[in-house]
Design a protein around this ligand. Sequence first.
Ligand SMILES: Cc1ncc(COP(=O)(O)O)c(C=O)c1O
Length: 389
Amino acid sequence: MANFSKQPDEGFYAGLRPESVAVLEGRPTGGGSPLNTPINVASNFRAGEATAGLQHATTRVYSRADGTESWAAFEAAVGRLEGGDAVSFSSGMAAVSAVFAGLQPGSVVIIPDDCYQGVAMVAADGEQRLGWKVLRLRTAETGAWLNQMESADLVWIESPSNPLLEVANVPVICQAASSAGVVSAVDNTFATPLLQRPLDHGATFSVHSATKFIGGHADLLSGVVVSRDRQALDSVRLRRTLGGATPGALESFLALRGLRTLPIRLERSQQTALELAIRLREHRIVTRVRYPGLPEHPGHDLAASVMNGPGSVLSFETVGSAVSTDVRISRLRLITSATSLGGVETTIERRNRLPGQERIPPTLMRLSVGIEHIEDLWDDLNQALDGVV
Ligand SMILES: Cc1ncc(COP(=O)(O)O)c(C=O)c1O
């Protein structure tokens, strides 16, 4: 019978580049096995031989606690790309919540003042229910983070941030946290494991909404937490087991299939994002473009030193009002107005329209650049931006 779970030994991956790892990791290798780990929809597993005192210790018993081969294959691939071990979840927010769930009542938490709204809501909830002290700091003001480090229990970084595209000094903040014995987590959703590896900089956790770039096709919800700290990761895994925020088998399969093409999707979309940022900057109605790939971006040099690329998301503002911006967005034919991001299709959103996003400038449009032809995207943007007063 084919051995589905046999994996290449560690030496096989030594020196392989991320583009190859994304394609190769998480596949069965036994003779006669399929090339892809099959969608394993098991909840229950047949009990094996009982061993004295420790029954079935090395086999899977129940998938909520022990996982499935579909999860394991996806986790193996993300873990290897990030340089740690991965635990996958039913969504990015489930992954986020599992990290925050490790905090005791009265804990001190530092978050960016412009972080993803769901994370801000988790922190506010802890503030109200559990008496957490939540410090909300500007992503780019590294000194402020360092000043508060000694008192913190958890430092949560998001870089580049959503939707203001601020860049955090991930190495300096994470190393300071590590020296102070503080848990640090980096939301690496925008950067992906290909553009930034927070664990290399001392982060305790790298966290993803795999719903976005990793999945890449707007057809699944998935989240991942990656760490090199076994104890910290065990505690996150326990949250999954007890909370039941387990990934679906189909979603794990699709997330891994998405990951296979992440390098090539990202290369294309990032190239297009840079070119669009340059063109938008020159557009007569555009007043500001936020993209770490532009030399004038305040975080450009930092991003260039910490990241392998500026990513595929940019935000821009225009003359006019929220209303005229909504009219412009409604004129787009090819670019989809939608809230999520990181897919092969280009999406746009006026973030300030959402509750809780009042701080975001009213005309700010966040553009998640996909893999369509740049000239088609540019023609679409141009015709939508022009002609509305
Ligand atoms: C940066 C970031 N982190 C976390 C999340 C939450 O992920 P999910 O929607 O998969 O729960 C999102 C979703 O938009 C996000 O943009």
